[in-house]
Unconditional design. Structure first.
Ligand code: PEP
Length: 261
């Protein structure tokens, strides 16, 4: 059984006051929600305020990245224990915006995955091909390379603690989502790879989220795919009503159709 998971990635948006207001609206909109797990990833500056609003309830707190060292001379960086102290349960790792803008390499991403796990949090390892890679027929090669490198050196039990997020770069923030069929094809492929690098049982238990222009009007069809276990939501997570509506689609499709799959 895989319970759907929907994570909001607020990216570099929101003052502390705005983040508090957004978190309150999401919390209130999801008071009686069941059968889905939810988390939000505010900017670092708003983590403490959002943690207070969420009050350790069912909505999890996540960070958008972290350094792989626990402390040290890394000006401007945030270490995993600092996130633990704030109540973070999730850390996004290897988001394509960081791969592109910060030049994060697969090796660095792998170090971060190890560090996040070592501090008891869940890494959400982001993978996805660019539009050019898809046009050149390199989608499978790209995501396979990112997955194998991202989990390198982890034992199967640690792989079981990871969440994967397939996020085709051409779909992020563009309004053009992967079709459910396109996404399902890659999710199935990734699940097969997890089976190879960990085990068949772990592959059936690991959650693989889809991210890239998910909205309340396309979420249901995406989440209904057997291998899509929820979403990583960027732009649409900045509007509470929209995010709440997406989470509800996850609750509606998250458990029953995936039982034993
Ligand atoms: C993201 O940044 O992880 C993302 C999926 O963004 P968007 O939903 O805006 O495409």
């Amino acid at each position: 059984m895989r319970t759907a998971l929907v994570i909001g990635n607020w990216k570099m948006n929101g003052t502390i006051a705005e983040s508090r207001a957004l978190a309150s609206a999401v919390r209130d909109g999801l008071k009686r929600i069941r059968d889905v797990h939810v988390a939000v990833c505010p900017p670092f500056t708003a983590l403490a305020a959002v943690a207070e609003v969420l009050g350790g309830g069912t909505i999890g707190l996540g960070a958008q990245t972290c350094h792989h060292e626990p402390s040290g001379p890394h000006t401007g960086e945030i270490a995993p224990p600092m996130l633990v102290e704030l109540g973070c349960r999730f850390v996004l790792v290897g988001h394509s915006e960081r791969r592109k803008e910060m030049g994060e390499t697969d090796e660095q991403i792998n170090s971060k995955v190890h560090a996040v796990l070592a501090h008891g949090m869940t890494p959400v390892l982001c993978l996805g091909e660019t539009g050019e890679e898809r046009r050149q027929g390199l989608t499978f090669t790209t995501v396979e390379g990112q997955l194998r490198a991202g989990v390198a050196g982890l034992n199967p039990d640690d792989i079981a603690r990871c969440v994967l997020a397939y996020e085709p770069v051409w779909a992020i923030g563009t309004g053009v989502n992967a079709t459910p069929g396109q996404a399902a094809e890659i999710h199935g492929y990734l699940r097969g790879l997890v089976s190879e690098v960990a085990s068949k049982e772990i592959a059936q238990a690991v959650r693989i989220l889809y991210g890239g222009s998910v909205k309340s009007d396309n979420a249901e069809a995406l989440f209904a795919e057997a291998d899509i276990d929820g979403g990583l939501i960027g732009g649409a997570s900045l509007k509470a009503t929209e995010f709440v509506a997406i989470v509800k689609k996850g609750a509606a499709t998250g458990v029953a159709p995936k039982g034993g799959s």
